[in-house]
Every structure is written in structure tokens, then in C-alpha cells.
Ligand binder design. Structure first.
Ligand code: BGC
Length: 521
């Protein structure tokens, strides 16, 4: 995996303060927000969201996309920060006011850019490859912060791109800010359009060379794993013919193989391919009745010619959540959805049951693989056994709980022991918690996604039921915006103090020269 050092060397503790801008590019939407960090673990957020036009996702030049982004920032400032924006315009027009050049009037912006980046500093990084359906070849290898700053400057906006942040890093930061626990958050993970995780690593364990400046005093470095590209050679990942077809027909075959089994961008498509494959098999007879007596609606099933089942990427992954949530006898809600979004009318109960089973299998696999990724980070960082030095420390309450459960005693006694263990397990000591922040539509909306992740954590021998109880998973809503603001704050503190008087002198000298020139011409 890429294991990218992010130049972020610590997590916040909730006392950070200030007004920051953040923008987020990484999936279907582009978001611009301003965040007031209140310094007491709370924040106020204003945000605007716009769908990224499909043609810009595959634009000819990076400029087209980045100019669009800068325009959205301008619109946002005009709408939500009119005072500050207008004051900036006034100051620009009156070059003789020292105010015009004060650095603190410039908004610091955290740029959440959720694609694999080779990061070379807190606000510098070159694009390694596009994912999630984006494909603008001329952007690859370019510094995305510089691309955005250039377009911001072209519009003369009072904005400096201060930090470049992956959404997982933002999620990690936001979770740490809003729920600072005794142990600090270990991992930020996204299970949405794409999937990825960023965690806190010991600086001494980072072997990659790092060119840019960073604060070494914390002894830590946040690493963006880019786990979406885990096992691209498919040595261990489960694979079906449907996965193979999805990959073959994608814009990036052979890449992001883990992500293609987990994230929202792909699950609807796996379902679509599985369903259409089955529709072609006469012995399966999916969405096909011999006659109306074979259909509990006493009708025959028909498939609309324009059904999204016949279009690549057209089946939205949200149908998986609807299928999972509908446990009614007649599967009414699911059948309505099959009609509305798949264009299949009068699907029989057996058809609906088949869709439910397949959707369940696709999503359950995704959730368990997600659990495996979380488990790998927990095990690798040794967070469940801090200070493990070969000398066993005192046993934790959770470990004792596990021991009780494992005792081979008569069934009646063991049932009581399990109950005791469960009760004891609920009271995991705060010091023993391993905190994880997550965000993304799948983990937020798919019913039981976390439960399946937890099943996977429990069966890992190094974690077990006792370890799983100590893992606290919390949604960090809007994590990437708040997190980007937090990193922009850290970056602003690190910036060399701006010599705005020096800037002013230089600018006045320029203006003086211009005046002399016009006087002599
Ligand atoms: C990208 C990651 C990102 C993840 C979640 C993946 O496709 O490569 O950088 O964090 O999606 O948005």
C-alpha cells in the first residue's frame, strides 16, 4: 500500500480556536465550508455543496476542474462572508493602506483532496493517480495545491491554501477534536464513495524519506494508508466473476481492488452485474414468470427497456440499504424500490427475496472486509497492548472477561458466566478504549454495517471479543471539513511569520514606480 506520510504530526485536543475555510473534493460533490472552531470541542459550520459536473471529472485539462472549484469558493465567500470579502476588495483598491497587506485578513484554507497524493509538505503534494471515476491525465504528477492556488489568485480571492488533507486524515482530526478521550483517536476511516484509512504511527517506524518541514517533537506522524489499493494482485481478496467484470470495465482496471469490493461507488454495480447475469440464465428465471399464476401479484413481471439494470454504474448503492432494512413478510418497500429505481414492475416475492439475498451478501462482505482493515491497524499499532514489552502487564478487565467466557465449564454455569462477562464488558475502562472515527454513506446508512465490522474484529485472534469491546467506533460527521480546518490551523501556526510590512514597502515601491512612469509618459 502507499502508506503516505501526511506531515500531520499530532491530533488535536479540542481547545483549538479560529475561523477557517475548507473545501472538499473527493466524490460526487464539491463542498465549501467555513468553520468556526470554538475551542471547547464544539464548532459552527456553514457549508455549500454542489454536484461536480460529470464532464469535469474527465475534463481535458486540470485547469477546467480547478477553475470551477475556485469559482465555487468565490461564490461561497460572497454569499456567506460578504463583509470580509467586500473589505478585501476595498483594501485591494486602496494600495496605500497598510491594512491592505495584513496577513491575518487572508483566509487559511484546508484543502481536502481525497485521492492518492505524494505529499511533500503540509500544503504541497502531487497527484499519484485518480480513483472513483475521475480521469484527467494532465493533473497526474502536478501539485494540486498549486493548481488550486493559481485559480484562486486568478480571481483575486483573499485565500491561501494552507493545508492539503486526505478525507481520512480530516476524519481522524475531527474525531479527536470533538471527542478527546484519554487515549486519543487512533484511526480515521471512510466507508463512502471510496474507502481508506489514516492512523497515528510512531515517527521512528516511518522509513520513507520526507522532504518538507514538520514538527518532530510529538514523535508521531499520521499515515494515509490508501488501503483501497490493498492486494491489487488478488492474493487474498475474495473474488467472484462479478468482481472481475466490474474491474475489467472500470476506468482503472487492476487498481483499487480492495475499494472495489467495499465502497459505495461499486456495490450497486456488483449487484447490477450479478442480477443481469442471473437474468440471462433460463433456469434461474429472475424477473421472468412463466405466466401470471406464477407471480403472487397475479401479473407478470416486466422490465423497462430503459431500466438502469442495462446501464453500467447506473444502479445506486442505496438500494442495498433498502433491501437490508426491509424485513416485512411481503418485502413491500424493496419491491417498490425495485420498481422505482430498477424499472422492474410486478417483481414477484421470490424475485424480491433474491435481490435481498444478493444485496445482503455483497454488503456483508464489504462490511467484514472493512472490519479486517480496521483490525489490521489496531493490531499493527499494538494499541490494545500499550507498553507491551514481552513482560505481561496486569490483566485488563476486558481480558479477564474474555478468560471467563473461554472457561470450559458446564453449560448452565457458562451461560451465567457469559452474562456476567457481558455486563462487565459494558463497563470498559476509559483508559483501555481504542478510539476510531468513521464517516461515509455506507457506515452511516447501511443497517448493521458496524455490527458486521465488529464480527470481523472479534474473529481476529489478536483482537477477540475482549479486544473488540475496547474498540470504540464513532461517526465523525463532516469530518473532512472540520479536520481540514484543524490542519489549516496547525499549518498556519507553522508558517514563518509573514513580513507584511516588508510586503507593503515592496508594493508601495511598485506603485511609486508605476506613478513615476505615468508622470513621465
Ligand atoms: C482515495 C482515498 C480516499 C478514499 C475515500 C479513495 O478512492 O484513493 O484517497 O481517502 O477514496 O474518499
Amino acid at each position: 500500500m502507499s502508506q503516505i506520510p501526511t506531515y500531520v504530526t499530532g491530533v488535536p485536543n479540542g481547545t483549538e480556536k479560529g475561523l477557517y475555510l475548507a473545501v472538499d473534493l473527493g466524490g460526487t460533490n464539491f463542498r465549501v465550508c467555513s468553520i468556526q472552531l470554538n475551542g471547547d470541542t464544539t464548532f459552527n459550520l456553514i457549508q455549500s455543496k454542489v454536484a461536480i459536473p460529470k464532464e469535469l471529472m474527465v475534463a481535458k485539462t486540470a485547469k477546467e476542474l480547478f477553475a470551477f472549484l475556485a469559482k465555487q469558493i468565490e461564490l461561497f465567500l460572497k454569499t456567506h462572508h460578504e463583509d470580509r470579502f467586500a473589505a478585501h476588495i476595498r483594501r485591494r483598491q486602496t494600495a496605500s493602506t497598510p491594512e491592505g497587506y495584513r496577513d491575518e485578513h487572508i483566509f487559511r484554507l484546508g484543502f481536502t483532496f481525497s485521492f492518492p497524493i505524494h505529499q511533500i509538505g503540509i500544503n504541497r503534494g502531487t497527484l499519484m493517480r485518480w480513483t472513483k471515476g475521475f480521469d484527467i491525465p494532465d493533473a497526474v504528477g502536478q501539485d494540486v495545491c498549486a493548481l488550486l492556488q493559481k485559480e484562486i489568485d486568478a480571481l483575486h480571492l483573499p485565500v491561501r491554501v494552507a493545508a492539503l488533507v486526505n478525507d481520512t486524515v480530516g476524519t481522524l482530526m475531527a474525531r479527536s477534536y470533538t471527542s478527546p478521550g484519554k487515549t486519543g483517536t487512533l484511526l480515521g476511516a471512510i466507508f463512502g464513495t471510496g474507502t481508506n484509512g489514516a492512523y497515528v504511527e510512531k515517527l521512528s517506524a516511518v522509513t520513507k524519506s520526507m522532504e518538507g518541514d514538520f514538527d518532530k517533537s510529538t514523535g508521531e506522524m499520521v499515515i494515509n494508508t490508501e488501503w483501497g489499493s490493498f492486494d491489487n494482485n488478488l492474493k487474498v481478496l475474495p473474488t467472484t466473476p462479478y468482481d472481475a467484470q466490474l474491474d475489467r470495465d472500470s476506468v482503472n482496471p487492476g487498481i483499487q481492488m480492495f475499494e472495489k469490493r467495499i465502497s459505495g461507488m461499486f456495490l450497486g454495480e456488483i449487484l447490477r452485474i450479478a442480477l443481469t447475469t442471473m437474468m440471462k440464465k433460463p433456469d434461474v428465471s429472475l424477473f421472468a414468470d412463466a405466466n401470471s399464476s406464477h407471480n403472487d401479484y397475479r401479473s407478470t413481471t416486466t422490465i423497462d427497456e430503459t431500466s438502469c439494470l442495462f446501464t453500467q454504474w447506473a444502479v445506486d448503492s442505496s438500494i442495498l440499504s433498502i433491501a437490508e432494512a426491509d424485513n416485512s413478510v411481503g418485502l413491500r418497500a424493496l419491491r417498490q424500490e425495485i420498481e422505482k429505481s430498477l424499472g422492474v414492475s410486478a417483481a414477484s416475492i421470490e424475485d424480491a427475496q433474491a435481490v435481498k439475498e444478493i444485496a445482503h451478501a455483497v454488503a456483508k462482505r464489504a462490511a467484514r472486509l472493512s472490519g479486517a482493515a480496521i483490525g489490521a491497524i489496531v493490531i499493527h499499532t499494538g494499541r490494545l497492548n500499550p507498553g507491551a514489552s514481552g513482560v505481561p502487564g496486569p490483566k485488563s478487565a476486558a481480558a479477564i472477561t474474555e478468560d471467563i467466557k473461554n472457561l470450559k465449564i458446564s453449560e448452565a454455569v457458562s451461560a451465567t458466566a457469559n452474562k456476567l462477562a457481558d455486563t462487565a464488558g459494558l463497563a470498559v475502562n476509559e483508559d483501555e478504549i481504542v478510539d476510531i472515527g468513521v464517516d461515509g454513506s455506507l457506515v452511516e446508512f447501511y443497517p448493521g454495517f458496524e455490527d458486521y465490522m465488529r464480527d470481523a474484529l472479534r474473529i481476529l485472534p489478536e483482537i477477540g471479543a475482549a479486544g473488540e469491546r475496547r474498540i470504540r467506533i464513532g461517526i465523525a460527521k463532516d469530518g473532512s471539513g472540520v479536520g481540514a480546518a484543524l490542519i489549516a490551523l496547525v499549518a498556519a501556526k507553522m508558517e514563518a511569520k509573514q513580513d507584511y510590512l516588508g510586503d507593503l514597502r515592496a508594493r508601495l515601491a511598485e506603485v511609486g514606480e508605476e506613478e513615476n512612469e505615468s508622470a513621465t509618459s
